[in-house]
Design a protein around this ligand. Sequence first.
Ligand SMILES: [Zn+2]
Length: 169
Amino acid sequence: MVFRDAARIVSPETLATFTFTEWIEQPIPSNEPAIRSPSIRIAAPEVVLLARYDRVPSHEAPFTRRNLFLRDDFTCQYCGRRCTTDHLSVDHVLPRSRGGSTSWENCVLACVGCNARKADRTLKEVGFHLLRNPVRPRWTPYLNLRPSQRMDSWSRFAPEHKRRTASNS
Ligand SMILES: [Zn+2]
């Protein structure tokens, strides 16, 4: 988009904007991430400004498996362990066999161990507690990113940058 002039690169520190031609002339600090080609090395932009903007994103987060993993940050909502995708499953807090719905409010990530222990029982029956109350997440620019993928420089531009903590505060 920058190359096609549909966007400008923004310096998060100075807020100066750059066209592609201007940007490739910028010196690159040695430890900064860079994009390489056989002939040039370009600093990786962190913030861009769109020259045209014709679509406001939907403000509802769709209920999908992927978004549920992002909402719960790949963390078992019973024991708090962070796991890889293959060690996590979607658990119905109130089991489907008891009439529990497949929804943001009734589905959480559970690790293999917790899922097996809980089986078809309710929280009360198994003595489990949820880390967080499951709710539909609001749409944010970060919806498709894990917290660890967010860049510090974005905090000036998108206020919901703060990482969610384990508490509900
Ligand atoms: Zn667990």
